[in-house]
Write a protein that binds this ligand. Structure first.
Ligand code: NAD
Length: 469
């Protein structure tokens, strides 16, 4: 007799199952396309109707995903088969060569589309609320939406970064509350539930969804097996752990590791400044050790949607268990103070020219949180700008990836970068090392420069007008 489990595996193996991806942002859209690339019909579900409309018109809102890629995925299955469109992306994934199926993407805001999908992968946001506690509202809304349409054999996977226990404590009870054929549905028997963290690094070209190993933890062994069967179709390597809780913790270890090491090197930068030592020189030399050391670099603070936020999810969970996550707290304190430290360094630099921050013209180069992306979420540059303005500086910014931005505190437009502007401002603060900048030219024409990213290291004869973090 074929069981619900056998049936679920069979449909995946034959790529007959329809995959829903809930939340089509930086994480969800590339993931949806990775499944399209290997022949799945993917339904993208997003509450943002403008996003849905533009995706259905073949337009991408994610910088790493081209319009062409979305438009090709939108082309309907028959047309794609007729034109024998090749399956790009993963080259080494299980069974890819046998398949003749071609995938396609359709987007919708209607959760009832879940009635006809066999799989749903949740990639909704997990931000912090005003008191820096986890804001689980999108995960809860997604789980409730899935529960309403949960059906026999459905595979549900949470990919949003969250605290250990979320899948079992928040998602599972909402699903097991549902009845099917007169009985309450049970994970592992009637449906399958797993957690698999997303590890995408926006802007990165060498590691994509398809070739980054995928960690998976199931609520039961059957849940794990079905989830693994699915990911093996689109992703070269899967790594299984014993529970969804362990998989949730893997992601938080990875991001806490980064936050803590960045906090450490930021504090080393402050110590080196006190000691009159160049921190960049120290890190470069330390990294020649072939074992036991991994370089991290100082900067103006932490940014992006993940590293400044995710460790708080872990600390919050531990707080509920009466444990104070001290490393996380200390790293956050140091990283959070970095913009203030940068501004103190601007003041010290201006002082060398007998100028005050108050009334000085300051040009900030780069508001994106990291090089070559246009994402300003949690960007420390925004704090640097706010603090400079608070001290009376006349602040402008340039960023080739961010023509304008609006936050609660700031609304600004990128100014055109010119020789005359560089000469006119009292100082330049380099906060993001975008490759589009010609650093030699910037340095040549500026009066004073605070270089928080060590870009001047690559410029021969960088002068004593450049101050390093
Ligand atoms: N961006 C990254 O680099 C990255 C990397 C790894 C993990 N993550 C994690 O992945 C998750 C998603 O992050 P992101 O950067 O893709 O976020 P995002 O803001 O770019 O995209 C989230 C999408 O979800 C939609 N959405 C919100 N609530 C919804 C709901 N209830 N139902 C359906 N759609 C909904 C939003 O409209 C948006 O389009 C987060 O948990 C994040 O921490 C992000």
């Amino acid at each position: 007799m074929t069981t619900i489990f056998d049936e679920a595996i069979n449909r995946i193996e034959k790529r007959e199952c329809v995959v829903a991806v809930m939340g089509l942002g930086y994480v969800g859209l590339p993931l949806a396309l990775a499944f399209v690339d290997v022949g799945f019909h993917v339904v993208g579900i997003d509450t943002n109707e403008a996003r849905v409309t533009s995706l259905n018109a073949g337009k991408s809102h994610v910088s790493d995903v081209s319009d062409n890629r979305v438009a090709a995925a939108r082309t309907n299955r028959d047309a794609r088969m007729a034109s024998s469109l090749s399956t790009a992306g993963a080259s080494n994934v299980q069974g890819q060569s046998q398949g003749t199926r071609v995938g396609y993407l359709e987007a919708t805001s209607d959760f009832s589309a879940l009635k006809k999908t066999d799989v749903v992968i949740v990639c909704v946001p997990t931000p912090l609320n005003k008191t820096k506690d986890p804001d689980m509202s999108a995960v809860i809304a997604a789980a409730d939406g899935i529960a309403e349409h949960l059906h026999s054999g459905m595979l549900v996977i949470l990919e949003s970064t969250t605290y250990p226990g979320t899948t079992e404590e928040v998602v599972l009870p909402r699903l097991e509350r549902m009845e099917y054929d007169g009985h309450a549905m049970k994970a592992g028997d009637d449906f399958f539930l797993a957690f698999s963290p997303e590890r995408i690094d926006p802007g990165r070209k060498d590691f994509t969804v398809a070739n980054t190993p995928k960690v998976i933890g199931g609520v039961t062994p059957q849940c794990l097996a079905v989830a693994r069967a699915l990911y093996s179709k689109a992703i070269e390597k899967t790594v299984t752990v014993s529970s969804s809780k362990a998989a949730e913790m893997v992601k938080l270890l990875e991001n806490t590791f980064r936050a803590v090491n960045i906090g450490l090197v930021n504090e080393v930068a402050i110590m080196c400044d006190r000691l009159g030592i160049d921190v960049w020189e120290v890190v470069e030399a330390a990294k020649t050790k072939p074992f036991g050391f991994m370089p991290f670099y100082p900067g103006p603070g932490l940014g992006g949607h993940c590293i400044p936020i995710d460790p708080h999810y872990l600390a919050w969970k531990l707080q509920t268990l009466d444990y104070d996550a001290r490393f996380i707290r200390l790293a956050a304190e140091i990283n959070f103070e970095m913009p203030r430290y940068v501004v103190s360094r601007v003041a010290r630099m201006l002082n060398t020219a007998r100028k005050a921050v108050n009334g000085s013209k300051v040009l900030v180069l780069g508001v994106a949180y990291k090089a070559d992306v246009g994402d300003i979420r949690e960007s420390p540059s925004l704090d640097v700008i706010t603090l400079l303005k608070e001290q009376g500086a006349d602040v402008q910014y340039n960023d080739p990836h961010v023509p304008m931005f609006q936050t609660e505190a700031l609304e600004m437009q990128s100014v055109e970068l010119s020789e005359s502007l560089l000469k006119e401002v009292d100082c330049v603060v380099i906060t993001t090392a975008h490759r589009a900048y010609d650093w030699a030219w910037v340095i040549e024409h500026s009066q004073l420069i605070l270089d928080t990213r060590n870009v001047a290291a690559g410029v021969s004869g960088a002068s004593d007008r450049v101050f390093k973090l």
